[in-house]
Design a protein around this ligand. Structure first.
Ligand SMILES: Nc1ncnc2c1ncn2[C@@H]1O[C@H](COP(=O)(O)OP(=O)(O)OP(=O)(O)O)[C@@H](O)[C@H]1O
Length: 805
């Protein structure tokens, strides 16, 4: 039967089947029925109709493609045998006489080397079947690569074994025609990328052999970025089946093919093949229609390859030595002597690994995304990135240069903008910048942070130099949007730095960040730093970074926390948490003469409550959270920096970046917002390669969080034995705490856990747990909520919620 007739006939059958199914559904009896996924009858019906339509479309597409492939074959055979009789051509037997192995290879090669004909593969070229294990092993163990180019030119003798390997490679879809064509055009950049594609597919099969499960499909972005940036490197590394010798050049290949092919070669112009020349859509092998290919296998293969390369090329191996220092010294670079002098005075002689890596990447003025563990010197890494005098000089060296050229300008532009999430961190960075600029007079460092008077900021900006601005996003945006001319000063910006970049690019700051970046000149260098960089953040970092930025990762493949920090968790009912924290503090203070402890609470008001309780109990505690005036926060922060024996109760305002020296213990009470916050909070101890301890205290219903940190070395500790007398003492002290603090803590508690997906989605349980908390802090009645608040939180009609009259 003519192929076009087959195609039309099959299409008719499929259409009939689908219509039949639809008619059946239409006449399906009524009556209430529940369908999987909570769908009603009509939703269920529509879903099936949609699926049927999609299936029909896919099958028709496939039929169409097969039909077109056949027509192409016919045209080709006609052109190859112009003298064949009309009858022969009509019988749909296009020159299928047996080919010798050599001819077969030639035909394959000639067909697919033509540019634009990459997807001309069809069944006529050989069987399409899944590779057996033996087939894969055979291909992988091929030690005598076949030189296809030579084959095409007729210079090589081929064994039937080799032929079947090549055929298999084509038919497995591992080595698709397009890959082959890519090899034939090695100068073509696109081709290089495809060569990479081929090698990945090969390793995919390797993976299939050895692994059966894993679906880490969330790696796609990393891998995409990898594909983009690694194109060149990959091309240099020959694929395992090395079909063409590495020394073969593009011209020679084309010459060979053109000059030495025989007359019957099926190389035809596009015009000859007409509209059938190029397949518009890629044909889906039939088997995949029923059994979809598992993308996780591709992802895993790409991930393996990515990790291998990352280890080999980009990452700085942390190695066995746990030191944060690199062997390089600051004075090995061509920095200004004044900078070196200031560095030495600050005690910086050797660079840390992240400083070394960042400086190297910055030599060419490249943008960089830098991941390094907490307390390893990232601040100095972005304040002093480029000590070598080069065409682009970031940070302080940039300023040095710019300040000489702009000396005559009335208001010199701001050259460096450093953004960070908290006010304390901005002050800390400014202090470090001032230390490093000690001997550079005339270079101004200013902080723009919330909690201070806007007018004071403005006056300072007008009267004092501000080559380096260190700001929190909100206040910076206020200055940009206030038409005081500050945004025009930013037009001279050379370097943008985001400290705690993942947090700044997080949803909470994202909108502000977008507005800020829009106001900055595009011609700038951008450096992003963090101890934690989840994949989502790596994707959105494109908002700030150029596409070809460097990714510096000094963490490597191990855990993001320090080995020298002992991590544990305790699971206990949340009513016991105050007493357990008290117990842990007492224990630690008794054992550690120079104790310095940070206790992290979930919210500002919980911090305030815990602080009030321990102050009542005459403990040596301080508090920092967002509800405190800025002056108070700054004073406490400075005090804790200098202190030798002190406990700081804090919210997450101290979780990131704060460099409090020699913190001996970090306690986290309640579940952190995410894994990144856990790591950053813990990172307040064990800084500069020193030791430390971290304890997390969770209620049984917060235990789910352990899954998020399962790759970190956190071990379970048993709940300490609690003294009943101490419980009475704590209850008594709690009674003395201002009820308004307790009420506010309850509201904050409810708000926090309501916002956590794992806990907040079951509102009834949430309210029940909240009631327990309210009782544990000595409130007689559950505090009432404003109607509006309850509505917003989705709690209005939940039993146990009281609404304020
Ligand atoms: N080259 C160096 N030599 C000696 N000490 C250094 C060096 N660089 C930085 N430090 C010190 O290391 C400590 C930690 O530095 P820093 O606060 O910059 O860490 P970080 O990586 O930014 O931490 P976080 O991730 O918590 O923000 C600081 O006390 C700093 O003075």
């Amino acid at each position: 039967m003519n192929s076009s007739v087959i195609f039309l006939e099959r299409s008719r059958i499929f259409r009939y089947n689908v219509l039949h199914n639809l008619t059946f559904l239409r006449h399906m009896g009524g009556g209430p029925r529940t369908f999987p996924g909570g769908l009603n009858k009509w939703q269920w019906k529509r879903l099936h109709e949609k699926q049927a339509r999609e299936k029909e479309k896919r099958l028709l597409d496939q039929e169409k493609q097969l039909y077109q492939a056949r027509v192409r074959s016919e045209i080709r055979s006609k052109l190859a045998n112009p003298n064949s009789s009309q009858h022969e051509q009509d019988t749909n037997s296009p020159n299928y006489k047996p080919l010798s192995p050599k001819e077969h290879i030639k035909v394959l090669a000639d067909r697919f080397m033509k540019e634009g004909a990459e997807d001309l593969w069809n069944e006529a070229d050989g069987p399409i079947h899944s590779p057996s294990r033996q087939d894969i092993a055979r291909i992988e163990s091929t030690h005598n690569p076949i030189n296809l180019r030579r084959l095409v030119s007729g210079q090589n003798q081929i064994t039937s074994n080799q032929l079947s390997e090549v055929s298999s490679a084509f038919s497995y879809n591992q080595l698709k025609p397009r890959h082959y064509s890519a090899f034939l055009h090695p100068g073509n950049q696109y081709g290089l990328l495809k060569a990479r594609h081929y090698s990945v597919r090969t390793s995919r099969f390797t993976y299939r052999k050895s692994n059966s499960s894993s679906s880490e499909d969330d790696d796609t972005d990393e891998d995409e970025a990898f594909l983009m940036t690694k194109r060149k490197d990959v091309a240099l590394k020959a694929p395992r089946l090395s079909l063409i010798g590495a020394s073969d050049g593009e011209d020679t290949i084309n010459d060979d093919v053109k000059g030495k092919g025989n007359g019957k070669k099926m190389m035809m112009s596009s015009a000859a093949l007409g509209k059938y020349d190029i397949k518009k859509t890629k044909r889906i092998p039939l088997k995949f229609l029923e059994e979809e290919d598992d993308p996780s296998l591709h992802v895993q293969a790409i991930r393996n390859e990515f990790n291998k390369r990352r280890m080999a090329e980009k990452d700085i191996a942390v190695g066995d030595d746990d030191s944060i220092l690199s062997p390089k010294r600051f004075d090995e670079y061509n920095a200004s002597p004044l900078t070196i002098k200031a560095l030495n005075l600050a005690g910086y002689v050797q660079m840390t690994k992240v400083q070394d890596a960042t400086i190297s990447a910055c030599l060419e003025g490249q943008d960089a995304l830098v991941k390094a563990k907490t307390g390893t010197g990232k601040s100095a890494a972005f304040l002093l990135p480029n000590l070598i005098k080069h065409k682009q000089l970031p940070a302080i060296e940039t300023v040095l240069k710019a300040s000489t050229t702009d000396a005559k300008k009335r208001v010199p532009p701001t050259c460096v903008l450093i953004l960070c999430p908290t006010r304390e961190l901005a002050s800390q960075i400014a202090a470090e910048a001032n230390v490093l600029l000690k001997y550079h007079e005339g270079i101004g460092v200013q902080t723009l942070v919330g909690g201070t008077r806007f007018k004071v900021d403005q006056k300072r900006l007008e009267t004092e130099p501000c080559h380096i601005v260190i700001a929190t996003p909100g206040r910076l945006l206020d200055h940009i949007e206030n038409k005081s001319g500050f945004s025009s000063r930013l037009m001279g910006l050379k370097l943008l730095i985001l400290d705690e970049a993942d947090h700044l690019l997080d949803l909470g700051f994202r909108k502000d960040m977008e507005k800020i970046v829009d106001c900055l000149p595009r011609q700038r260098q951008s450096l992003l730093f963090s101890a934690t960089l989840p994949k989502e953040v790596r994707r959105v970092s494109q908002l700030v970074l150029k596409r070809d930025h460097a990714y510096i990762n000094t963490v490597g493949l191990g855990p993001e926390t320090h080995d020298k920090v002992n991590q544990s968790y305790i699971i206990a009912p949340h009513e016991q948490h105050f007493q357990i924290v008290h117990h842990l503090l007492k224990d630690h203070i008794a054992q550690t003469p120079s104790y310095k402890v940070i206790v992290f609470c979930t919210t500002a008001m919980m911090t305030s409550l815990m602080f009030s309780l321990f102050r009542e109990m005459k403990m040596n505690v301080r508090e920092i959270h967002s509800r405190k005036p800025q002056l108070y926060r700054t004073r406490v922060s400075e005090e804790f920096k200098e202190a030798k024996q002190l406990v700081l109760i804090t919210s997450d305002v101290s979780a990131r970046g704060m460099n409090y020296p020699d913190v001996s213990l970090v306690i986290q009470v309640g579940v952190p917002v995410d894994r990144e916050q856990y790591i950053n909070r813990l990172g307040r101890t064990g800084r500069e390669g020193k030791g430390g301890e971290g304890i997390m205290l969770l209620a049984p219903w917060e235990e789910y969080f352990l899954e998020e940190i399962k790759d970190l070395p956190v071990h379970k500790s048993s709940s300490p034995h609690l003294d009943p007398d101490m419980k009475l003492k704590i209850d008594k002290s709690m009674e003395k705490v201002d009820p308004s603090v307790k009420e506010a803590a309850y509201h904050a508690w409810l708000g926090y856990y309501n916002s956590i997906r794992e806990i907040g989605r079951d509102k009834t349980t949430l309210v029940e747990l909240g009631k327990g908390f309210s009782e544990s802090i000595g409130l007689e009645k559950v505090p009432a909520l404003f109607r509006k608040t309850a509505l917003k939180m989705g709690l209005k009609d939940i039993q146990g919620i009281r609404i304020r009259k």
